[in-house]
Design a protein around this ligand. Structure first.
Ligand code: MIG
Length: 687
């Protein structure tokens, strides 16, 4: 059951697809109060209550015990204490012995989620704007809640199948030759690869939709060449458009009046990579159409994937903030520069980036009415994603394109995927990546992943190996790192063969993982879930923070610690463990319900499957297009005949009908009897 309550005059967000009449009674489950413009919801928490949701946010799978703020932020160097990340996903589920309901705040302004932070037994959620649609969802189970929420917000984005391949990325690939060399090295060494991202280095002066003629002489030809080798180029596009006469995107944007405006009607400008930029008003349909049309030449040249960046939007500085900092500096330096003046000086300059004052100083036009940016801040990235997705649909409505964005809001889950932003090469960020995945799924974002190896600072060999092992199961499997950090391509490391084999396992599992992903997406289900969804009566499972469910019948439990040679794994039921070293070399170990110490050396990683739920392995290959997805080895812990519905399609149909793409894979009961591992069916199948 979904109930809607409307407060004030909400700005249209495009988040919800189901139109419901607003209720008039009191909001159930919460005490509601007002504080000026703010709407404050308060609820007492029982000792056992868990909170799931909030998609992209720091800390655990269970969000209880911290304070989070919905305010999309460019937070390079985020840590456990960072309250806001790049996206705001305002869906929260309350789950306990007495409760199973969800709260969705369709509010693109700032929201504070004090989830047992000020008082451990109380959740206080505050909308600053007080203009919002609020939804209460009530169902008998967590799974039903997640599905009900997806009915409200619409089907999750479907990427093309090739996007499940391994993608190599780096900020700093400075020329066509360099990219060719990186791709070539993967092919030479048998490291499967389907895509290479082009970061801002390919652009001329960091200007969107241009490329450096010296280093990337002909992007169209380059992209076509690479595609012949089954490698897609995936260029980055930033939100800001350089203010420069004679640069067509600026001229056409200016002529159309498509940029965000200040109160006096002039274009709002702020500096980002290209220097002073204007910011498209993506909330306007005509501005989205104009911006989307700028992708057309690249689409015509055969580019099939993009990543959209800097769309919180990140602002390095505005003229006003720089002036202000100088004024402050003058004030402070009038007398002696004591330590207070020194810190004041530092703060004055640090504070010019992403300054709240700037976010209050410009406007969007919504249905002809001005909306101050800060009231709708969290929609900016989602609206940019929408512009790009609409352009794809206009360009070729019969095809799926790859798109992942840094900033997002619920609603964008229908138009693209996201990556988790600028993580670091830290073990703690490996764990954070795992913990974010189920909550992203709960908020509708099935296609996602983190920068494998970590973006900031220098990775170590073992950390990259462990990141990749988790990455095997992420829909977006991308290795990415920042400018000036240590080279992070697999082949740069002494144990590259181990990591190569990890990626090879991804390709052997790819038809199976793709099948699980597509079934989840097409049934409004979850590809990743907290264990609580499957084992709601098992308190230990409900509170598990370092293992997650995958697809219909699997669970993953990655090694997350430096120098670990294994880990404890909790099995809420009897399962089959697969310990992979390569697609050809793995152990099959039936394990009973309970806790187990599992040896797992650096070259090994684990997948668990419930009884009667097979895992399918294909022979693998160097790219998705050349995968043999007919011939499988299926493994399953069972004592009966088992069938699996394998989903397969052309990898590109934007609106596939699930039932038309399922093939029944039958594992005969006898396979479990004659098997080398008693009770485990090992079958060769041709489907
Ligand atoms: O201010 O384009 O998150 O993935 O490599 C940094 C350069 C801008 C931030 C993205 C990152 C990308 C980087 N960008």
């Amino acid at each position: 059951m979904i109930r809607k309550y409307t407060f004030g005059h909400p700005i249209p967000t495009d988040a919800v697809v189901l139109s419901l009449p607003a209720e008039t009674g009191a909001v159930p489950f919460f005490t509601l109060s007002r504080n000026g413009e703010q709407i404050v919801l308060t609820r007492k928490l029982e000792a056992e209550d868990c909170l799931f949701g909030l998609g992209e946010s720091v800390r655990g799978i269970n969000k209880r015990g911290f304070l989070y703020r919905s305010w999309n932020s460019d937070v390079f160097n985020h840590t456990e204490s960072t309250e806001s990340l790049y996206s705001s996903h305002n869906f929260l589920v309350f789950f306990g012995p007495e409760s199973c309901f969800g709260l969705y705040m369709d509010d693109p302004g700032r929201i504070t989620w004090d989830l047992g932070y000020t008082r451990t037994d109380t959740a206080v959620i505050t909308s600053e704007n007080g203009n919002l649609d609020l939804y209460i969802l009530e169902e008998a189970s967590l799974t039903a809640l997640a599905r009900s929420f997806r009915r409200l917000i619409g089907r999750s984005y479907l990427p093309p199948r090739w996007a499940f391949g391994y993608i190599q990325s780096r900020w700093g690939y400075a020329s066509e030759e360099e990219v060719r060399a990186v791709a070539g090295e993967h092919r030479k060494r048998g490291i499967p690869l389907d895509g290479v991202c082009l970061d801002i280095d390919y652009m001329e002066d960091f200007k969107n939709f241009t490329w450096r003629k010296d280093a990337f002489p002909d992007l169209n030809r380059f992209s076509a060449d690479m595609k012949k080798e089954h490698i897609r180029l995936i260029p980055i596009i930033d939100a800001g458009i350089k203010e420069e006469e004679g640069y067509a995107p600026y001229d056409t944007g200016k002529a159309g009046g498509f940029f965000c405006k200040k109160e006096d009607g002039s274009d709002f400008t702020a500096a980002v990579w290209p220097g002073v930029c204007c910011f498209p008003d993506f909330m306007r349909e005509d501005a989205r159409r104009w911006f989307g049309s700028l992708y057309t030449p690249l689409l015509e040249a055969g580019v099939e994937g993009f990543w959209n960046d800097m769309n919180e939007p990140a602002l390095f500085y505005t003229e006003e903030r720089v002036q202000e900092a100088f004024r402050r500096a003058e004030e402070l330096c009038g007398g002696n520069v004591d330590y207070e003046a020194m810190w004041g000086l530092k703060n004055a300059f640090n504070g010019i980036e992403n300054n709240p004052e700037d976010y209050r100083s410009f406007f969007h036009s919504v249905d002809g009415q001005p909306v101050r940016h800060d009231k709708a801040h969290n929609l900016y990235g989602a609206s940019m994603t929408r512009a790009t997705a609409e352009a794809f649909r206009r360009f070729d409505p019969g095809r799926r394109f790859l798109l992942f964005s840094r900033s997002s809001f619920i609603g964008a889950h229908r138009n693209g995927g996201i990556w988790q932003g600028d993580n670091f090469s830290w073990w703690s960020h490996l764990k954070m990546a795992l913990q974010m995945l189920p909550n992203l799924n709960l908020c509708g974002f099935l296609f996602s992943g983190c920068d494998l190896g970590g973006f900031g600072c220098n990775v170590t060999e073992d950390l990259l190996a462990r990141f990749l092992q988790l990455g095997v199961f992420m829909p977006l499997m991308r290795n990415h790192s920042a400018l000036h950090t240590r080279d992070q391509e697999i082949y740069r490391f002494s144990s590259w063969e181990i990591m190569r084999d990890t990626v090879r396992v991804r390709y052997a599992l790819l038809p199976f993982l793709y099948s699980e992903f597509m079934k989840a997406a097409l049934t409004d289900g979850m590809y990743f879930r907290p264990l609580a969804f499957d084992y709601s009566k098992d308190p230990r499972a409900v509170h598990t923070e370092d293992q997650i469910m995958l697809g219909e019948g699997c669970m993953i439990a990655p090694v997350l610690e430096q120098n670990a040679v294994g880990r404890y794994v909790y099995l809420p039921e009897d399962m089959l463990m697969i310990r992979f070293r390569s697609p050809e070399d793995y152990d099959l170990v039936p394990l009973d319900r309970g806790s187990h110490w599992i040896d797992c050396s650096l070259r090994e990683f684990l997948l668990f499957a419930k009884k009667d739920h097979p895992v399918l392995l294909c022979p693998g290959g160097e790219c998705t297009e050349l995968l043999d997805d007919r011939t499988f080895t299926a493994v399953c812990r069972t004592d009966r005949e088992v069938t699996y519905d394998l989903y397969r399609d052309d990898g590109s149909d934007p609106d596939p009908v699930l039932a038309e793409h399922l093939t029944k894979a039958v594992l005969p009961a006898a396979a479990a009897c004659s098997s080398a591992v008693p009770g485990v069916a090992i079958s060769s199948l041709v489907l």
